[in-house]
Design a binder for this molecule. Structure first.
Ligand code: SF4
Length: 414
C-alpha cells in the first residue's frame, strides 16, 4: 500500500481521539487552513506554546473489540500499519515543510499491549536518535502494557497519555471487555510518579509536558457529577495536565450502546466549562453538582451555581475578595484582577467598571457597586433566570455554525 493511502487511513482512524486541543475541528468549504484530512492537530508544549502535530495511529489493526470504536476487531474496515521508518519519514518531511511541529502517536492494539508499545517506542526512539527530531511528541500509552515500556515511552515523549474513556469499571466491562480499571490506571499512576520524580531531579526529564486523558461522554449512564469527580481526582492526585471530554457518536450498530441520534455536544461543552472552573476558579465538583446530577444545559456552570446560591449574592464589588469575585457570573480572571488592582486607588463605579472593560451584562444581577444594586428589584428567581437566558450564554458556541461541525471521540485507547 502506498504511504499516502496509509496516511489517509491512519490519520482518519486517529481523528476520533480528542485528547489534543484541536481535535474535532472539521471546517468545510475553505481552501486553506483545514488540517484534519492530513491528520494535523494542536497541543500545548511544556512551555505553554501551541504546537501543531501530525496525528496518526501506528496501526488500526486491533485485537480488541470496544463497542464504540470504529477500529474494533469486528468491524470490516481497511486495515494497515506504518513501519517505524515511515512514521519517521512522514514526521521529518512534514516538519521540514513547516506543516507540523510535532507528532501525536497513538495505536490500536496489534497482537497485545506490549507488542504495540514496543513498535511505537521503536518509531519515536528512531525519530529522536536517527532523525535528530527535537520537536514535540505526544505518545498514547496502551492500557495494560508493562510498566517498563511506560518508562521508555516517557523518555522519548514530551507528553504521555492513557485514555480512560469510561468513568467506571462497570462501563469498561460492558463496552470494552478486554480492558479493565487496573490496565488503565496502573500505567497512568506509574507515569505520574515518573514525571514528578524527574521534574524534581536534575537528570533526564520524563514527559515534561505531563499527562492527559480522554473521557467519552454519553456512551454510558454515568452522570456529569461522576465524570467531574473523576477529573478532580485526576488533577489533584495524578497531576494530569488536561482531561479531554468527548461527546459520544454512535458509529457502530451495537445493542450495548445508547441510541443517541446526535452527539451530546452541549453536555460536552458544559463539562469543559465546569472543568475550567475546577482548574482556574477553585470550584469543587460537589459544589457544582450533587451525586447523580448532570450539568444544566441552559446555563453555564458558574451561572447555574450562582442561581442555586442566590443567598450568597449580591457581593460588593469594592470589597469582595478575589475568590468571591471569581464566583460572580460574568466576571472572569482578568476582570477580577483588574478590579482588585483598580480599587487600591479608587472606589469603583459602574462607569469605571465599563471603562475597564468589565462586562456587567450578567454580573449586574449578582453585585452591588458602592452599595447600589442595579439588577432585579423583585427578587423573583424565575424572572432572573429568564433574563439570564436572554443573555447569550455561549457566544463562542453556536451549534449551527459550520465552524463547529464536530467529530467526536469514539475510540479510546487506540
Ligand atoms: S478503542 Fe482502541 S483498543 Fe478499543 S477497539 Fe478501538 S482501537 Fe482497539
Amino acid at each position: 500500500m502506498e504511504l499516502l493511502e496509509k496516511l489517509e487511513i491512519l490519520a482518519n482512524s486517529a481523528k476520533y481521539d480528542a485528547s489534543c486541543a484541536s481535535s474535532g475541528s472539521d471546517r468545510q468549504g475553505g481552501a486553506i487552513g483545514s488540517a484534519h484530512i492530513s491528520g494535523i492537530c494542536h497541543s500545548w508544549a511544556a512551555d505553554g506554546r501551541c504546537v501543531s502535530l501530525l496525528k496518526i495511529l501506528l496501526t488500526n489493526i486491533c485485537e480488541y473489540d470496544c463497542a464504540y470504536c470504529i477500529n474494533r476487531k469486528s468491524n470490516n474496515i481497511k486495515r494497515t500499519a506504518f513501519s517505524a521508518d515511515e512514521i519517521c519519514r512522514l514526521t521529518a518531511e512534514f516538519y521540514k515543510r513547516n506543516y507540523i511541529e510535532g507528532l501525536f502517536l497513538s495505536s490500536a492494539v496489534i497482537k497485545n499491549p506490549d507488542f504495540t508499545m514496543e513498535l511505537m517506542i521503536k518509531a519515536v526512539k528512531k525519530l529522536r536518535k536517527e532523525y535528530g527530531f527535537a520537536g514535540y511528541i505526544h505518545f498514547k500509552v496502551i492500557p495494560g502494557c508493562d510498566l517498563k515500556l511506560v518508562r521508555e515511552a516517557s523518555i522519548w515523549a514530551d507528553r504521555v497519555s492513557v485514555n480512560i474513556e469510561l468513568p467506571d469499571h462497570k462501563s469498561l466491562e460492558k463496552l470494552c471487555p478486554q480492558k479493565n480499571k487496573e490496565s488503565v490506571f496502573k500505567p497512568m499512576k506509574y507515569a505520574a510518579d515518573l514525571i514528578l520524580e524527574s521534574a524534581q531531579s536534575k537528570k533526564l526529564k520524563m514527559a515534561p509536558a505531563g499527562q492527559s486523558t480522554q473521557l467519552i461522554v454519553g456512551a454510558d449512564e454515568n452522570s456529569d457529577f461522576k465524570i467531574l469527580n473523576l477529573s478532580q481526582w485526576l488533577y489533584n492526585r495524578i497531576y494530569l495536565k488536561r482531561v479531554y471530554y468527548s461527546g459520544f457518536v454512535r458509529l457502530n450498530d451495537d445493542s450495548r450502546l445508547p441510541a443517541l441520534k446526535e452527539p451530546p455536544l452541549i453536555r460536552e461543552h458544559r463539562l469543559y466549562q465546569a472543568d475550567w472552573l475546577m482548574r482556574f476558579y477553585n470550584f469543587k465538583a460537589d459544589e457544582l453538582l450533587k451525586d447523580g446530577e448532570n450539568l444544566n444545559l441552559f446555563f453555564d456552570p458558574k451561572t447555574a451555581w450562582a442561581l442555586k446560591n442566590l443567598d450568597l449574592f449580591p457581593v460588593e464589588i469594592n470589597k469582595a475578595d478575589y475568590e468571591t469575585l471569581l464566583r460572580v457570573p460574568g466576571i472572569g480572571i482578568i476582570s477580577a484582577k483588574k478590579i482588585i488592582k483598580a480599587r487600591k486607588f479608587t472606589s469603583l463605579t459602574a462607569q469605571g467598571l465599563k471603562n475597564m472593560g468589565v462586562s456587567l451584562k450578567k454580573a449586574v444581577y449578582f453585585i452591588t457597586i458602592s452599595g447600589k444594586y442595579y439588577g432585579l428589584r423583585t427578587g423573583n428567581k424565575e424572572r432572573l433566570e429568564n433574563l439570564l437566558l436572554e443573555y447569550k450564554q455561549d457566544e463562542l458556541f453556536d451549534l449551527k455554525s459550520p465552524a463547529r461541525t464536530y467529530i467526536s471521540a469514539n475510540t479510546g485507547n487506540l
